[in-house]
Write a protein that binds this ligand. Sequence first.
Ligand code: HEC
Length: 145
Amino acid sequence: MLVRKLIQIMMVLAGFALMVQAQETAQKTIENVPMKRVSPASGKEMYTNYCAVCHGVDGKGNGPAADALKVPPADLSVLAKNNGGKYPSLKVASAIRGDSNVPAHGTREMPIWGQLFRSMSEGHNSEVDQRVANLSKYIESLQVK
Ligand code: HEC
């Protein structure tokens, strides 16, 4: 009998989210499920709920959904290292918001968090800014030397 394992990766507001359905041997598929509202105050909590499924808890890009994606999730622990030792906070913030096409325009597989956070915050831009800033700060703490 086929044993099915269901990993719920993330719940997104407005019907957009992902779910990885893993079967013993078969391929994983990603489904959209409603997103859970996590406090904007904790970068770690947001990262764990919204990002780790693809980027991995340590940021290295090996979350459970990673191999279901066409484009591998970026290794978020080497952003400073690859930028001459300086953490690229502006680039990270715009990657999260989805303003910048990082890196492949048209094929991006990362959700547009700016939009999702905006609808979650019901248009309160300061809360959206807080989410992006706290996520970026948390990712900064994952940097390898
Ligand atoms: C569905 C999988 C997925 C989820 C969930 C996800 N990402 Fe990504 N992320 C990607 C992929 C794939 C890329 C590679 C570029 C692309 O396709 O946009 C990426 C790229 C990035 C980058 C750009 C890195 C660089 O090299 O400049 C940042 C920053 C980032 N993600 C942060 C986050 C944060 C923060 C979250 C949670 C709020 C998150 N990601 C959730 C898949 C995901």
